[in-house]
Design a protein around this ligand. Structure first.
Ligand code: SIN
Length: 271
C-alpha cells in the first residue's frame, strides 16, 4: 500500500472538467486518496487521468474504491461499424429509478484521429438560467423513459422517432427537474435529451418548447469540455450532473473502451 497521496486537479475548462495528476492507479492508496478523487469528481463534474494502463482486475479495484459496480462492459467499435454508442447528448440510464451515480471509461485502443468525448455541466447550466426560470424548474418533475432506444449498439441504424402519442404514453421513473448534489450542496439541472419525455402533469407537446430550450442551453460552449483520448486515458464523470456525447468521426478505425457504471440512488430534489 502506498502512503496517502492527494491528487492534484488541473481544470480543463472554466466551468467543468479537471485532469487529475500525481497518482499511479496500478497501485493501491489509503482511503483518503480515493475520497479526494470522489470529491474532485463531484466538484468538477468529470475528471480525467492519463497514462494509466490498468488490467481488468486493477480497473475493478479502482472502481470498487469509489463505489459499487453495477455494470461493466466493453465498448468496441470495429472499422466496418458506422454507429457509435452515445452519439447524442445524454445522461446514462436516467430511465431507471436509481440511475448510476458515475460512469468510468477506460481507453484501450483509440483511433489515430477523432473519437473524442464531450461533457456538459448541468450545475453551471442551471446557475446561468434566470432566477424566474430556476424557480419554475425547482417546482417540476419529469418522466424519464427509453422509448427512443438510441445508441444501443455500434452496428444498427437509428430506430424511427416515436410518435407524440408514444411519448405521452411512455412510462418510467419521475425524477426532480433540479437535483441536489449532497457532497457540494450544488443544484443541477436534471433533464437530458435522450431520456426525458415530458414534465409530470404536462403533455409532450406542452413540454417540448421548454425541454428544447434547456437542451440547447445546456450545451453552450462554456458548459462543455472535450477530451481527446489516448490508450491508458480514463474519464470518470458524475452522472448526476453531466450530459455526455461520443463524437463519431473516426469511420474505418477501431475504438475499444471499457466502461464501468457505479450504482446510484434515487435523485434528491433540490429545494
Ligand atoms: C457513452 O455514452 O457512455 C460512451 C462514451 C464514449 O464512448 O465516448
Amino acid at each position: 500500500m502506498e502512503t496517502a497521496t492527494l491528487p492534484e486537479a488541473h481544470k480543463t475548462g472554466g466551468l467543468i472538467g479537471a485532469e487529475i495528476r500525481g497518482l499511479d492507479l496500478t497501485r493501491e492508496y489509503p482511503d483518503e486518496t480515493y475520497e479526494a478523487v470522489r470529491q474532485a469528481w463531484a466538484e468538477h463534474g468529470v475528471i480525467f487521468f492519463r497514462d494509466q494502463h490498468l488490467n481488468e482486475e486493477q480497473r475493478e479495484r479502482f472502481a470498487t474504491k469509489l463505489g459499487t459496480i453495477r455494470v461493466k462492459q466493453e465498448l468496441r467499435k470495429e472499422p466496418e461499424q458506422t454507429r457509435a454508442i452515445g452519439e447524442g447528448w445524454h445522461t446514462d440510464m436516467t430511465c431507471f429509478d436509481e440511475p448510476p451515480v458515475a460512469t468510468m471509461l477506460f481507453a484501450e485502443e483509440i483511433p489515430s484521429w477523432g473519437g473524442d468525448t464531450q461533457w456538459a455541466g448541468m450545475g453551471p447550466a442551471f446557475e446561468a438560467l434566470s432566477s424566474g426560470l430556476r424557480a419554475t424548474l425547482l417546482g417540476l418533475r419529469a418522466i424519464h423513459s427509453n422509448v427512443r432506444k438510441l445508441g444501443l449498439s455500434y452496428g444498427q441504424t437509428d430506430p424511427p422517432e416515436p410518435s407524440i402519442a408514444e411519448y405521452d404514453a411512455a412510462e418510467g421513473p419521475v425524477h426532480p427537474v433540479v437535483r441536489l448534489i449532497p457532497e457540494t450542496g450544488r443544484r443541477v439541472l436534471y433533464v437530458n435529451p435522450e431520456f426525458t419525455m415530458r414534465f409530470e402533469g404536462w403533455t409532450r407537446r406542452e413540454s417540448l418548447p421548454l425541454l428544447r430550450y434547456l437542451f440547447e442551453f445546456g450545451i453552450r460552449p462554456e458548459f462543455v469540455t472535450r477530451f481527446h483520448w489516448a490508450p491508458g486515458s480514463i474519464a470518470m464523470w458524475d452522472n448526476r450532473q453531466t450530459w455526455h456525447f461520443a463524437v463519431n468521426d473516426y469511420q474505418g478505425q477501431r475504438r475499444v473502451m471499457h466502461r464501468i457504471l457505479l450504482a446510484g440512488t434515487k435523485p434528491i430534489p433540490a429545494a
